[in-house]
Design a protein around this ligand. Sequence first.
Ligand code: IMP
Ligand code: MG
Length: 174
Amino acid sequence: MADLSPSEILLSRDQIQKRIAEMAQDIRRDFPDDLHLIAVLKGAFIFLSDLVRHMDGQVSLDFMAVSSYAKATVSSGEVRLLKDLDTTLEGRNVVIVEDIVDTGLTLTYLQDILRARNPKSLRTACLLSKPSRRKVDVKIEYIGFTIEDRFVVGYGLDYAEQYRSLPHIAVLGT
Ligand code: IMP
Ligand code: MG
């Protein structure tokens, strides 16, 4: 079992749902026709599922998996592709859907490999951003919430594979 557990609630279920509805509208407004969302497993799976259900019209989905930190709460900076996409991105309006951007290393890696596949456009939506932790300057067009440098769990985010199922975002503490 994990030696740390969720302490205070940082973002409630209602706050998250309200913000995601706004983000879905923003993305749909920018791409009213063709739209292809790529979620980064595992953390973004709940965010993606709520995001698409707040969105009108047609949207296609795909998933990618990259290596995570295992049990550590700090980034090693090493990114490895564990699961690739099922379809081509050629000519599509692609939005990467990420749970959280911390150092920015994972997202930079993803943007680089996806851009090389010639999408018509490539943007990023993340639920959470910790700008004070950035090691690389990475562009994010849609940000749900900007948070301080604290390790958070819930709403898809884990610590040692636990707490992903929480409906809110909580700070991990002792
Ligand atoms: P980055 O490459 O340092 O930006 O890290 C991005 C990935 O680290 C995220 O997609 C998460 O999987 C994980 N991560 C970063 N911060 C947190 C956190 O506070 N809680 C849970 N996972 C995190
Ligand atoms: Mg992630």
